[in-house]
Design a protein around this ligand. Structure first.
Ligand code: JFZ
Length: 429
């Protein structure tokens, strides 16, 4: 496939994604029980035996994905991605290829199927995260100096030469997810490192399967990338498994994401609400709704998406502080969502006082700062037809300061509170 046709297909597949802008990431699994984050098994070198206690004790009797879906929808999120399997190898779905799955626990349920049903019922698009790493599978080489500092632990010794068996298993599970669960919108593979990248995962073959079974499905870039390295989606010669969007993690790229040729790449920043992906009982350091809103605006102003994470607890409930933030974000989104959905960057420099987003002839000014006087709209003199407060539709005065002659290129509006406005640009007049 030529780079050009890859980009055309990517553009087609990601159309809804770039419109929707805001999604929910859900990290949930056995690690919700120790409640010290999803890397706990690795970080604390927990043996198979000791980790088994969490499998035996897994009983999320408050799991109600309909309430998750309602919370996501009310927050203004348009899609959601659930960890069908994280690095610990535990499957939230009823795979025929393993007994290490939710249906064999006290839960006794296919948690993935219920998630998909519930979110689809709320009209949200659905995605699944599938870990390429697997600390439970006997044939997974759980080593790699940097990522898996666990080489001294006997419990992680692996039989040499078994990696192809792991890949058969991994490919088989992906096929199960693609064929047994209806239409999926996103697959989120995680992640490549060291030698284990691209064809080491038999990635071309995997992508062929994906494109054959669910051609519209969009895939992240981590079949040949990690959270910090971009992979071939950034290059001018993307591999067949380059993916459809970049996945910067815990960071919003300063200048958005472009490839070597300077073309904009679809991207999605994944960001935690506190400082953990998986549930952490101790971590109560939550971002405020205001921060989340501003970060969402920042993503859109740089042509990106925000995938905001929640880590439900061992009972299956999203922590209350997360729900509180989501609710407040939703209150803002209900009034101001027009400045997010279907919007992208404005063709203007970033204003000192905040950020612009734009959709067609409508420019949205997001004021992050209090103003002491007329707010400067650099370069927009004579180009503003009408200015309105987006939140309530009321008119905002476009004004000239007393010394306007000094600022001939600029328009100003008179409003001193940080709020959100919309300005039809000349091409819509
Ligand atoms: C990965 C996972 O390890 C993590 O648990 C979470 O699911 C997150 C969304 O994705 O995080 C990474 C992946 C790669 C690197 C760092 C964190 N990396 O290469 O440095």
């Amino acid at each position: 496939m030529t780079t050009q046709s890859y980009i055309e297909q990517r553009t087609e597949r990601t159309r809804w994604f770039l419109h929707d802008r805001f999604g929910m990431f859900i990290h949930w699994g056995l690690y919700a029980i120790p409640a010290r984050g999803e890397w706990v098994r690795n970080a604390e070198r927990i043996s198979n035996e000791d980790y088994q206690a969490y499998f035996d004790g897994f009983n999320p009797d408050r799991y109600d994905p309909k309430s998750w879906a309602k919370a996501a929808k009310a927050a203004g999120m348009k899609y959601a991605v659930l960890t069908a399997k994280h690095h610990d190898g535990f499957c939230l779905f009823d795979s025929a290829l393993t007994e290490y799955k939710s249906t064999r626990t006290k839960a006794g349920r296919d948690l993935v199927r219920e998630f998909l049903d519930a979110f689809r019922a709320e009209g949200l698009k659905v995605g699944l995260y599938y870990s390429l790493l697997d600390w439970h599978h006997p044939d997974y080489p759980a080593y790699g100096d940097r990522i898996h500092p666990m080489r001294d632990n006997e419990a992680y010794k692996r039989e040499p030469g078994g990696f192809d068996r792991y890949l058969d298993y991994m490919h088989g599970q992906v096929r199960e997810l693609l064929t047994n669960y209806g239409k999926l919108d996103i697959m989120w593979f995680d992640f490549s490192y060291g030698e284990l990248r691209g064809e080491a995962w038999r990635a071309s073959e995997l992508m062929e399967t994906i494109r054959a079974v669910q051609p519209h499905l969009i895939v992240d870039n981590r079949l040949d990338a990690s959270g910090e390295e971009g992979g071939s989606i950034y290059s001018d010669n993307p591999t067949p498994y380059a993916g459809d969007f970049a996945s910067p993690e815990q960071i919003i790229p300063p200048r958005g994401v472009t490839d070597q040729a300077g073309r904009s790449i679809p991207w999605e920043a994944c960001i935690t609400l506190n400082n953990n992906w998986g549930y952490s009982a101790a971590d109560q350091v939550y971002k405020s709704a205001k921060t989340v809103i501003r970060k969402l605006v920042e993503c859109v102003s740089k042509n990106g998406n925000l995938l905001l994470n929640v880590g439900p607890d061992a009972k299956g409930e999203i922590p209350q502080p997360s729900l509180d933030v989501l609710e407040e974000v939703g209150r803002w989104m209900r009034r101001n969502g027009d400045s997010i959905y279907g919007c992208g960057p404005a063709d203007l420099p970033k204003p000192e006082w905040g950020r612009y987003t734009q959709s067609g002839g409508k420019l949205y000014a997001h004021l992050f700062e209090e103003s002491i006087g007329p707010v400067n709209l650099a370069g927009l003199a004579g180009r503003i037809k009408q200015a309105r407060l987006l939140a309530d539709g009321s008119e905002v005065f476009v004004t000239r300061p007393w010394n306007a002659a000094l600022y001939e290129q600029d328009a100003f509006f008179n409003f001193a509170r940080p709020e959100h406005f919309t300005y039809p640009l000349p091409d819509e007049r």
